[in-house]
Structures are given as C-alpha cells and as structure tokens.
Design a protein around this ligand. Structure first.
Ligand code: SAH
Length: 215
C-alpha cells in the first residue's frame, strides 16, 4: 500500500476539520495526521477514507468515524508509556493512533476473523508496543492489569465491573454507555484512591454493540 502526497493532503484537511469541530490536543491531531487511515480500509474506499465518516470493515463491523476516534483519544489523556487497554480492535485504527502516541496498547477483539486480519497487517508490526488479543473484552486482561487507561470502542450496555477492577487508582476509562438502543453517552470515569468512580458526561455517539463471548 502506498501513502501518496494526495493521501497526506487529505489527512491534513481532515485534521483541519477535526480542529474546527473542537479537537484541541495537538498530540492527538499529530497522530491522526501521521497514521494512514486508508491502510485500514478496503481499497474501494480509498477515495473517501479521509471523509469524517465511519465505514464498514467486514463481519458487520465498522471503523469509527475520525471525529469519534479523536474525541475518545483526547478524553483519554494518553501519556507516553502508559498502559492502555482497548476493547474492540476492529480495524486497529484507534489502536494505531494510541500506539503512535507512544502508549503501550493492549487491544482485544471478539471476532476471530478481524483478529486474524490484524495479525497479518504489516503496518501494525512497526509498533512493538501494540499487542493484539482475541477474547471477550468484558473480561479484560487480568494478567496485564492494572491499566492506566481503558478505552471501549463499542456500545456498552453498562460499565463492565471487571474493567473497572483492572484500572489503577487515578486511572481513566472512556466508554460509550447505552442511553437507548442506538444512542450512547460518552463517559469518562476516573478511579479514585478508594476505588469509587468520578463520572463525567460528554456528547452522544452511535457505536456497534459490545457483545459477550467470542466468535
Ligand atoms: N476501534 C475500532 C472500532 C471497531 S467497531 C476501530 O478503530 O476500527 C467495534 C469492535 O468491537 C468490533 O470489531 C466488534 O467486533 C468489537 N467488539 C464488540 N464487543 C466486543 C467484546 N466484548 N470484546 C472485544 N471486542 C468486541
């Protein structure tokens, strides 16, 4: 795959749009201007890869809209070398944006086909700090806990208790929680020293569902 001047120009225009829509964190914008989003999409979407839209990636799943990725990443306040757990690898675009920001990324996907595709995805190999897991994200990764940050990129029916457990004190979780069948409220939960959660509420979004079990 090629990252041409045209692609780079389209990426710059996308970053300008994200700025207009209110994304302020320059580290997030830098990562989005670096990671070639068209690599994560089927080549039929090449011409539209830098539109601010979600696209299908197979298995009934989607690559999140760039604004959604930018917004969740900004809310997560990622610092270099932090351990970040992502639920819902999907195309691995969000995971690569986090890895580009020098996070140590642990990402879980419940669909075998998507997991296998990502395992054979050459672009990902440049990030030794990005690890892919096949499993049910509701369980998290107890052996790698605690995490500084947890990001959930599918619509959660509720706040998964096992993921709260795997967050270190002072750590944050960014999670879209169902308000109705197809609307989620973006929430940021900060774990206090006593284990309780401080909750902040942001805009609403529309994600594919977070489902139990693997397939
Ligand atoms: N972060 C992705 C967004 C993918 S869409 C990206 O950048 O492209 C959400 C993904 O979450 C889908 O691939 C879906 O299969 C996965 N998913 C849903 N429930 C899950 C669960 N319990 N554990 C792990 N992955 C899950």
């Amino acid at each position: 795959m090629e990252d041409s001047y045209r692609h780079k120009g389209l990426r710059r225009a996308l970053v300008d749009r994200l700025r207009e829509r209110g994304i302020r964190d320059e580290r997030v914008l830098d990562a989005i201007s670096t990671v070639p989003r068209h690599f994560f999409l089927d080549s039929v979407f090449d011409r539209v890869a830098y539109e601010d839209r979600a696209f299908p990636i197979g298995e009934g799943q989607t690559i999140s809209q760039p604004y959604t990725v930018a917004c969740q990443t900004e809310l997560l306040k990622v610092e270099p070398f932090q351990k970040v757990l992502e639920i819902g690898t999907g195309s691995a675009y969000q995971a690569c944006v986090l890895a580009q920001m020098k996070a140590r990324v642990f990402t879980i996907e419940r669909q075998r086909k998507l997991f296998d595709t990502n395992r054979n995805f050459p672009y990902i190999q440049q990030f030794p700090s990005l690890q892919l897991f096949f499993g049910d994200g509701f369980h998290g990764l107890p052996t790698f806990a605690p995490f500084d940050k947890v990001i959930i990129t599918a619509a959660a029916p509720e706040i998964p208790p096992l993921l709260v457990e795997q967050l270190r004190p002072g750590g944050m979780m960014v999670i879209p929680v169902n308000e109705s069948a197809d609307v989620q409220r973006m929430m940021r939960l900060t774990k206090r020293a006593d284990g309780s959660l401080q909750e902040e509420r942001f805009e609403t979004f529309s994600f594919v569902p977070m489902l139990e079990g693997r397939k």
